[in-house]
Ligand binder design. Structure first.
Ligand code: ASP
Ligand code: MG
Length: 420
């Protein structure tokens, strides 16, 4: 059994969806589960919709843009308005009804999770319907019936025992019968509210299903040749990493290499399920093979990871106390409550610095929580550069350029620099 994952870029327009169909036709659809994300940039569009909706601003234009995008794609694919078109239309009506209901009074994170999943619900309807019309018989599966999570909206954690049980017993039987298409990124609570697993979470969905299905492999189909030692948009001479170990993949993803969602690897590693990262443009190229390779460390070149939109918070206590256990406990507790992902931290006797993704809502909440006890200085619009496997060839200057270096942190073979 195999799990394929197709992200937003692989289904960004009608031609892209046709390419996915050809790929599945050529690779074979027996014993395959396909996980699909929202099309193109539609998750961003739905985020903008939630934002306007909760601010009480006009949101009809964004909603119309979202609806027309999908109506157009399905018309292009089917050449008219058939039953599949009306299935999409029904989902659009459902979305509109959700907005007309009493969501306005709920928290941002909750509302987000009741709205943003429509990107995946609709994209999978379209892909499934088109594949059937192209003679690739398949069944649409509702991922929410299998992936049960906590109610930590927008960063829900999987309830592994329920989820594993449902996937291994029920989803497996369905996938054995027929090619199955499902949504990435989404789940539900035991109380039936929709949840999401964090941005770019569809890779993680593929791993969750693969774990429960005891799959033979997972393939993530991307618009790049595989996992590279740097983002080719920034590192022009980036090279493909043909083989990496699970541990290396975890590190790369954790430090922000956007090619694999960080939570994806551990479930696969636990069961020794290999992961392939391949190009949907060139599906026969070998790509990257992530597995328990004989040598633990297989990457031989330096790897560069650049993360934008970072904030550096420097905390010192208002009562002149040292930053020791008590204070750290308090700070970490607030970070966890607010769901802030810390990318680098450093402490001295009297201050504590945190470099994190600058998620405005979460950071503001954190500042409110600790503001009574700490003085906080912050700098925004920073860049975090992480380099692994530094050697003589490592050229940091071209990435640092004229930027000021605010913090440097070295662990094992990783060097992290926070740059202004
Ligand atoms: N559509 C979601 C996002 O853009 C999930 C994913 O693409 O993996 O974040
Ligand atoms: Mg996406």
């Amino acid at each position: 059994m195999q799990v394929f994952k197709f992200g937003g870029a692989s289904v960004k327009d009608a031609d892209a969806v046709r390419n996915v169909a050809e790929l599945i036709r050529n690779k074979g659809s027996k014993d395959v589960l396909v996980v699909v994300s929202a099309m193109g940039k539609n998750t961003n569009l739905l985020e903008a919709l939630v934002e306007s909706y909760l601010k009480g601003e006009e949101y009809q234009n964004v909603l119309n843009e979202f609806a027309s995008f999908h109506r157009q794609i399905i018309r292009d694919l089917i050449g008219g308005e058939d039953q599949g078109y009306y299935e999409v239309e029904n989902l659009l009506i459902e979305l509109e009804c959700a907005l007309d209901g009493d969501l306005v009074n709920r928290s941002y994170d909750f509302v987000y999770d009741q709205i943003v999943p429509y990107g995946e619900l609709i994209s999978t309807r379209i892909v499934s319907h088109y594949l059937n019309s192209a003679g690739i018989n398949n069944r649409w599966l509702d991922a929410r019936n299998f992936i049960y999570t906590t109610s930590d909206h927008r960063r829900a954690r999987v309830d592994w025992s329920v989820t594993d049980d449902l996937i291994s017993k029920k989803a497996r039987r369905l996938v054995e019968k027929q090619l199955t298409i499902t949504q990435g990124f989404i789940g539900r609570t035991s109380g039936n509210a929709m949840t999401t697993l964090g941005r770019e979470g569809s890779d993680y969905t593929a791993a969750i299903f693969a774990y429960g299905l005891n799959a033979d492999s997972v393939t993530i189909w991307k618009d790049v040749p595989g996992v590279m030692n740097g983002d080719p948009k920034r590192i022009p001479d980036a090279v493909l990493l043909p083989e990496i170990s699970f541990k290396e993949a975890i590190e790369l993803a954790y430090y922000g290499a956007s090619v694999i969602h960080p939570k994806t690897i551990q479930p696969l590693m636990r069961k020794g399920i290999p992961l392939y990262v391949k190009s949907f443009v060139n599906p026969d190229a070998p790509g990257t093979h992530v597995a328990d390779h004989d040598r633990q460390e297989v990457i031989e070149v330096p790897c560069y990871i650049v993360k934008d939109n970072q904030i550096l918070l420097s905390l010192s206590s208002k009562d002149f106390s040292f930053i020791v256990e008590d204070n750290l406990g308090h700070i970490f507790n607030a970070l966890a409550t607010c769901g802030i992902q810390v990318n680098v931290m450093q402490n001295t006797a009297i201050s504590f610095s945190i470099c994190a993704n600058n998620d405005g809502r979460r950071i503001n909440r954190f500042l409110e929580m600790i503001g009574d006890d700490y003085l906080v200085e912050n700098q925004t619009s920073l860049v975090l550069l992480t380099v692994f496997n530094i050697n003589e060839e490592t050229n940091l200057n071209r990435l640092i350029e004229t930027r000021e270096q605010l913090l440097e942190h070295k662990t094992g073979n990783a060097l992290q620099l926070v740059l202004k």
